[in-house]
Structures are given as structure tokens and as C-alpha cells.
Design a protein around this ligand. Structure first.
Ligand code: ADP
Ligand code: MG
Length: 302
């Protein structure tokens, strides 16, 4: 292989809308046998819609939605964007925003009729338990029902002088991108094993996997941001040459750990900086094209 030939490959990549960090990347691409795909924003559009708001206590659905929106206003997560976009006109005022990657977000909010602000948390059940909000058996069942519909269901939790309690569920649905199933089909045709990786719940992950043709055994769900790195390492320890495809801030460490990191150009700067290849736009088909291109380029050189 001549460096000149490899560089020609990277030039052709640029024409196709691929940013390839350097000639060595083409060699790395050739060895890949496993492709780990982040779900949200990579396989799915990452444009969620609120499909249901279910209060547990005395808040109305609109009031619960407005409360969640006030807390989410400080977040850039697709969940936050969806909750804020669909929020009713009424509003709460939130202060002291904080966020836990892969868990949820929190803020101080003065609830109706209260003198002191409550700490309000919006996020997944496991993380809410960590901040002191536990679910009753009945609430747990309602969460399971929402998730059985394939929803990304987040809980609203309140901690104040009266104690800790869950205030309700906001259910959201994402959609698989139109080209994702075909792209994953092409990956399999060229002998690569697709793996789905997500912080989202198992039912959502299983539904997306089935829709795009990923083996149920190759789904890692409920994975924390640190866990994305561990999942990549586990596949590598099993002998896999692993490419990771992602778009989010949370994906950056896994992109750097993988043998080949591929970022979606529509994603965050942090992901793009950590990647070896960036594909322009948001189509998973571009990822497959980049792998095919690298292989062809090397075949010509050899
Ligand atoms: P993904 O793998 O889908 O990109 P993340 O790691 O960003 O997921 O988040 C995992 C889970 O953590 C989400 O499905 C959600 O339950 C919870 N979560 C993360 N950020 C937020 C947020 N801003 N609001 C509510 N829940 C959140
Ligand atoms: Mg993502």
C-alpha cells in the first residue's frame, strides 16, 4: 500500500461527503467485523414526540407537562426538546438546573401554593431512585405499561419538605429513519455484525432492533454513558474489531475506544472530534458507503 494511494482514497471520500481523519483510517476500516450503532439520532431520527402525559397525583396532565418542560428547558437532550416543544402555554419557573448524563435532569421549582421551591427531577426510573424518588408497585406497573407500548417513558419526581414522590410519566416515541433498515441490511451483506447500543429501555431497543433487522442477542439496552465504552471493550475482548457509530456527547468516549469511530455529521461537535470518520448528514447509508469505499480503495492499491 502506498501512502499516495491511501490519500487518494481519502480524497474520494471527501467527494462523497465523508471526512476521513487520515490514511491509516482506511486500513482500520478494512479489519472491522462488528459495527456498534447508537440508537437515538443514529438509527432513529432522534426527533421524539410526546405521546402521553399521565399524572399519578393531583396535578393535571397539562400542569405535569408544564412542570417537566420547565426542568427540561435547561437540557439539550432530544427528550428535552420534545417535552419543551409540546408544552402547554402555562408555565413554572425553574432555577438551579443540573443534569446527569444517561439519567435525567433536575431543577428547583416553586410548586402551586408552596412557599419553598421543590427539587424536581425528570428522568429514568433507575436514576430517580438514586436521587431518592422511589415508585410504588402501582406506579411501577404503569411505567411498565408505557414501556410495553415501545415508549421512552420518563418520570417526573418531586422532593420537598413533604417528602419524595413520583408525580407522573411522560411517554415519548421516536421513529426509525427511513434508510436505516436498508443500511443495516447492506452491513450484513458485506459480512459485518450490527450491534445496537442505547441508554433507553429494553422494550424500545428490542422494537427498534426488530424493525431494522438486528439480532435480539446483539442489543445492549439501559446502558449508562460509561457503559457504552465498556460495551465496546467487551466486544473487543471477545475478539471483535469494533466500529462505533454515534452522534451524541455521550457517545464520544466509546467512539474514541472503538477500533474505528464514525460520527454522524448531524451530531454534536464532541462526537465529531472523537471520530476517525465523519459522514455528512444523518444517513446511516453513508456509514456503510464509507466502509465500502475504504475496502475498495485498499483493493485497488493492493
Ligand atoms: P441514548 O442512548 O438514547 O442517547 P442517553 O444515554 O442520552 O440515551 O439517555 C438514557 C436515558 O436517560 C434516556 O432514555 C432517559 O430515560 C434518561 N435521560 C437522559 N437525559 C434525559 C433528559 N434530559 N430528560 C429526561 N430523561 C433523560
Ligand atoms: Mg444518541
Amino acid at each position: 500500500a502506498t501512502p499516495v494511494g491511501l490519500l487518494a482514497g481519502t480524497g474520494r471520500g471527501a467527494q462523497l461527503g465523508l471526512l476521513i481523519r487520515g490514511p491509516q483510517v482506511l486500513e482500520d476500516t478494512r479489519r472491522i467485523d462488528t459495527v456498534v450503532l447508537d440508537k437515538t439520532g443514529t438509527v432513529t431520527a432522534g426527533e421524539l414526540q410526546v405521546t402521553a402525559v399521565e399524572p399519578f397525583g393531583n396535578l393535571s396532565a397539562d400542569r405535569l407537562h408544564a412542570l417537566a418542560a420547565a426542568v427540561e428547558a435547561g437540557s439539550e437532550h432530544p427528550i428535552a426538546a420534545a417535552i419543551v416543544a409540546a408544552s402547554p402555554a402555562e408555565a413554572f419557573t425553574a432555577a438551579n438546573f443540573s443534569s446527569a448524563a444517561g439519567g435525567g435532569v433536575s431543577a428547583d421549582v416553586v410548586l402551586d401554593g408552596a412557599a419553598e421551591p421543590a427539587r424536581v427531577h425528570v428522568g429514568q426510573a433507575r436514576w430517580l431512585a438514586e436521587v431518592g424518588v422511589d415508585l410504588t408497585e402501582a406506579e411501577r406497573e404503569r411505567l411498565a405499561e408505557a414501556q410495553a407500548q415501545g415508549a421512552t417513558a420518563v418520570l417526573v419526581g418531586i422532593v420537598d419538605a413533604e417528602g419524595s414522590r413520583a408525580a407522573g410519566i411522560v411517554s415519548l416515541q421516536d421513529t426509525v429513519k427511513p434508510g436505516s433498515a436498508a443500511a443495516i441490511g447492506r452491513l450484513k451483506e458485506i459480512g459485518l455484525r450490527p450491534v445496537l447500543l442505547t441508554g433507553d429501555n429494553e422494550q424500545v431497543a428490542a422494537q427498534v432492533a426488530a424493525e431494522v433487522g438486528i439480532d435480539p442477542a446483539d442489543v445492549f439496552a439501559g446502558v449508562l454513558p460509561e457503559g457504552k465504552v465498556e460495551a465496546v471493550k467487551r466486544l473487543q475482548a471477545d475478539g471483535g474489531q469494533v466500529a462505533m457509530v454515534g452522534d451524541g456527547v455521550n457517545d464520544a468516549p466509546a467512539l474514541a475506544t472503538a477500533d474505528l469511530g464514525i460520527a454522524m455529521g448531524s451530531g454534536t461537535d464532541v462526537a465529531i472530534e472523537a471520530a476517525d470518520i465523519t459522514v455528512m448528514g444523518s444517513e446511516l447509508g453513508q456509514v456503510v458507503t464509507s466502509i465500502e469505499l475504504s475496502r475498495k480503495t485498499l483493493a485497488v492499491i493492493k
